[in-house]
Design a binder for this molecule. Structure first.
Ligand code: HEC
Length: 404
């Protein structure tokens, strides 16, 4: 150990390396006891600090490691060290070894309203990193303090605790948007939290608009049938983009940009739009009402355009889902239900607004598909496709080419 005393930084590196090698596949690293004894036997604070640093580095990311023999006594000894870093390193190693004393000390710091905020956040971080059990109650109470709230909210996702959802849903309306976002992310992280979240949305306690597409995707990823059904009812239909879709969008982008720096002609694009889209969409100053007015849409973004044109079924807000109505006398209509009252449905078909008395209704199916057809670009020549997309990306209306 003489050489280590001479070269403290080496002691740090050596112990780290030693531990890495020895602990890679074991929960009871052999070298650990050895190194703990070096620390216990030494009076040299600098050496202790270096070896502890090395141990901490070596054990980082391993939440549970069996404590080396004699750790409890060593921990007590190091808690009295004149060196603050030695004390804090011993504490954080103690957590890794599941030491109740270290857990209790950090819990106290975390809950201490007069302790510096940074120290409290750090204490919570260490407790979370060490996967300390039974932390949920403390984190729930910390949600009341704005400074600690983001850390507490994110940490709560780690624990399956029956009270978490109600604490978050109760606090949510009073919190600022970024805290609400953290809370919603945690609520969307487990089936047990997502259920009360969706119930709160149905009950109107949380606005539906708080659920952005990314949160909806996260909720879908929980892959729970019951939740998905509720989600579809609350929000709308959403299909995960898959590798094929992404590849197709990339291909279409290349096709578009192969047209050069100004890939298309806006006037000719307007002609294509009139043929394929205007029946359903209002753009600038003219067009149909079946689909949304796309004048204010994110049209300058080629990804947005291609996603929506190539994959109309990927994201369909409820107000645009397709319904199929069958009347008692055998007529079948496809369209979007614009409104319904006690007596009738008003259905927007691709070409007309039809009122169907409920007394004539035999069957109504709400489909998971959009009124907007797929494959609209398929039949187009490259030039037409570029003209259309170029026109769609323009900020304002352009004249039709002469002769149209
Ligand atoms: C038969 C009617 C119909 C036709 C034809 C149609 N769409 Fe649509 N479109 C819709 C409906 C309904 C929606 C809303 C539901 C959805 O997103 O699928 C929509 C959605 C969109 C959106 C997303 C709007 C938003 O809210 O962000 C874009 C962009 C769009 N269409 C572009 C086009 C373009 C470009 C064409 C022509 C190539 C076209 N559509 C043809 C009915 C149609």
């Amino acid at each position: 150990m003489v050489s280590l005393r001479v070269l403290p930084p080496l002691a740090w590196a050596a112990s780290a390396l030693l531990c890495f090698n020895l602990t890679a596949h074991s929960d009871t690293p052999d070298g650990l006891g050895e190194l703990a004894r070096v620390v216990a036997d030494s009076q040299d604070t600098a050496l202790q600090r270096d070896v502890l640093r090395g141990l901490k580095a070596a054990l980082a990311g391993r939440p549970h490691v069996t404590a080396p023999a004699g750790w409890t006594e060593l921990e007590q000894q190091l808690a009295q060290s004149p060196d603050a870093e030695v004390r804090s390193l011993a504490q954080s190693l103690g957590l890794t070894f599941g030491s109740p004393a270290a857990q209790a000390a950090l819990r106290t710091v975390a809950a201490d309203r007069v302790a510096p905020v940074a120290a409290r956040i750090q204490a919570i971080g260490s407790l979370l990193l060490a996967r300390t059990p039974n932390l949920a109650e403390l984190l729930q109470s910390l949600c009341a303090e704005a400074d600690l709230r983001p850390t507490a909210l994110r940490g709560l996702a780690q624990f399956d605790d029956p009270k978490t959802a109600s604490v978050l849903l109760q606090g949510l309306p009073d919190w600022p948007p970024d805290h609400r976002r953290d809370a919603l992310n945690t609520l969307a992280s487990r089936v047990a939290y997502a259920r009360p979240l969706l119930d709160a949305i149905v009950a109107g306690k949380v606005a539906k608009s708080e659920l952005g597409a990314d949160l909806v995707r996260q909720l879908r990823n929980l892959k729970n049938t019951e939740l998905n059904t509720q989600l579809t009812r609350v929000w709308g239909v959403m299909q995960e983009p898959n590798a094929d879709m992404t590849a197709e969008i990339e291909r279409s982008k290349r096709r578009y940009w192969a047209g050069g720096s100004q890939p298309g002609d806006a006037g000719r694009g307007r002609v294509v739009f009139n043929q394929l889209c205007a029946q359903c969409h209002h753009l600038f100053d003219t067009g149909g009402q079946v689909g949304p007015d796309i004048t204010g849409a994110n049209r300058s973004d080629l990804d947005y355009l291609l996603q929506n044109i190539l994959y109309p079924n990927a994201v369909i807000p409820n107000e645009y889902r397709q319904s199929v109505i069958e009347t008692k006398d055998g007529r079948v209509l496809t369209g979007i239900i614009k409104s319904s009252n006690g007596a009738a449905y008003v259905l927007q078909t691709p070409n007309e607004l039809v009122t169907i008395p409920k007394s004539e209704l035999a069957k109504l199916d709400l489909l998971e598909t959009s009124m907007m057809p797929e494959g609209l670009l398929t039949g187009l020549e490259d030039r037409q496709m570029r003209d259309l997309l170029y026109y769609l990306s323009r900020p304002g209306q352009v004249p039709l080419p002469t002769g149209n």
